[in-house]
Design a binder for this molecule. Structure first.
Ligand code: ADE
Length: 234
């Protein structure tokens, strides 16, 4: 998969992209991530990309010119058209189902805005889909773009090893769209808290059944909104 990110702050992405699974995924060619600075497409000497809103009001609005020039440049970097996504609190809420859907694309073009907002002609002109990562307002779309890159990349075949497959995650296939079962590792007793006997029993059938039941109970207790007819505890 190829992911292009258009942003005013490419440096914000450096650390998350150069660690752990995302680094490995890029090094092994499973995902190619390109960052392009919208400010490089500002037409003026001051590298200005925002201006006061028409009609008055607080804050600054991102101008359409640098956005469109940047977008047209990025699109030509690869022959694939790509799915164009604008990060904004006004967008459709991002969730695991959306991550799965996006992981099937061959190219994503993520656009992170800043300041008070985008000139409306950016949304209209680009024909972009809008995605929000939650009902709160951040200073810009960069962190939201990173959330999407992270959640999508780990679903790409080969990115996770078999033993830590995304199927076992909360919201994943094994969890029936609900929460994941509890995990334990050594020591057997920690500060008086003991690992459940069943996990030490060696009975894989019973362990699987226990994990399934635990996942259902936790979903019912903590996230009842995720329960469906298929994953309700019996
Ligand atoms: N930009 C600012 N807040 C955001 C949010 N919640 N989701 C996506 N982009 C944003």
């Amino acid at each position: 998969m190829r992911i292009d990110v258009l942003t005013l702050f490419p440096e914000m992405f450096q650390s998350p992209l150069s660690c752990s699974i995302l680094k490995r995924a890029q090094d092994s060619g499973l995902v190619e991530i390109t960052l392009t600075n919208i400010r490089d497409f500002a037409a003026n000497n001051y590298r200005k990309v925002d201006d006061k809103p028409y009609g008055g009001g607080p804050g600054m609005v991102m101008m359409p010119g640098p956005f469109f020039d940047c977008f047209e440049h990025v699109q030509k970097l690869s022959p694939q058209k790509g799915r164009v996504i604008l990060l904004t609190p006004q967008g459709q809420k991002f969730d695991q189902a959306k991550a799965v859907e996006l992981s099937a694309e061959n190219r994503l073009i993520l656009i992170a805005g800043r300041y008070e907002g985008f000139d409306e002609r950016i949304r209209i002109g680009l024909g972009a889909e809008q995605i929000s990562i939650g009902d709160y307002v951040m200073n810009g779309g960069e962190l939201a773009a990173m959330v999407i890159v992270d959640a999508v990349a780990r679903l790409l075949p080969g990115v996770l090893g078999d033993e830590d497959s995304a199927k076992n995650d909360s919201f994943g296939e094994s969890a029936g769209g609900g929460l994941e079962y509890p995990q334990y590792t050594r020591p057997e007793v920690f500060r008086g808290m003991k690992v459940p006997d069943i996990l030490l029993s060696g009975d894989h059938g019973k362990i699987a059944e226990w994990r399934h039941q635990q996942a259902l109970e936790r979903t019912q207790k903590w996230r009842p909104d995720l329960l469906t007819e298929d994953n309700k505890p019996k």
